[in-house]
Ligand binder design. Sequence first.
Ligand SMILES: Nc1ncnc2c1ncn2[C@@H]1O[C@H](COP(=O)(O)OP(=O)(O)OP(=O)(O)O)[C@@H](O)[C@H]1O
Ligand SMILES: [Mg+2]
Length: 243
Amino acid sequence: MHIVTASGLTKDYNSLRAVDKIDFEILKGECFGFLGPNGAGKTTVMRILYCFTAPTSGEARVFGMNVTDNPSFIKSKIGVMPQDDNLDIDLSVFENLIVYARYFDIPKKKSSLFASELLDYVELSDKTHVNIRHLSGGMKRSLLLARALINKPELLILDEPTTGLDPHNRHVVWKKLNDLKLKGATLILTTHYMEEADQLCDRVAIMDNGRIVAIDSPSQLKAIHGGTLEDVYMKLTGRPLEH
Ligand SMILES: Nc1ncnc2c1ncn2[C@@H]1O[C@H](COP(=O)(O)OP(=O)(O)OP(=O)(O)O)[C@@H](O)[C@H]1O
Ligand SMILES: [Mg+2]
């Protein structure tokens, strides 16, 4: 069953075509990754899928609903981790989760309990009452992951979930994402880490200049083009990895 479908999906920012007539389908329960150099259009696609930006033309459907027709329904059932940290700097770690939970009409008692559980899950319990300003960059990414899970979403859209994390915490997040997948969640993520895509993703789309230049499983891409996923990426985009 397709949980996301996009056909002829296009996004223009004035004269700049950020996403150029792309087609893809994402199956329920799979982990699907978008790879590509800076400016390839990955975040723009994520923003369209989580109903933050409307497409210029073409169509995107999530849970069978058009993103422009049913944004409230879609937003209520997804978890989103944006590329840019949009935490509320006037609030504590705990309050950020509680305030966010209100968007989903989660009763106060339930959201408090769930917020505590999630902070435990992302190993931020000792920062519960700390102001956001006092978190490190990596801790903010972990809090964003916790926040994305507050409504127990069946679809997670994660824009660079592990950027800025140290190698240990990156592996911790990979394990969590894998656990979520095993529990039946569908994951859509973007990443610049080929190892992450290789380990986590059932299929990846490699984007360049707003277009999808390849879409397949990492193992198939390696078999077709030869070498590692990093070699495939460099071959198809003509660009080295930005590390
Ligand atoms: N709000 C905006 N207004 C105008 N142009 C934008 C806007 N957002 C993105 N763009 C442009 O659209 C193109 C695609 O940007 P996007 O953020 O989708 O790339 P990306 O693949 O996510 O890159 P990165 O790996 O750096 O996060 C870029 O040329 C960017 O400058
Ligand atoms: Mg981006």
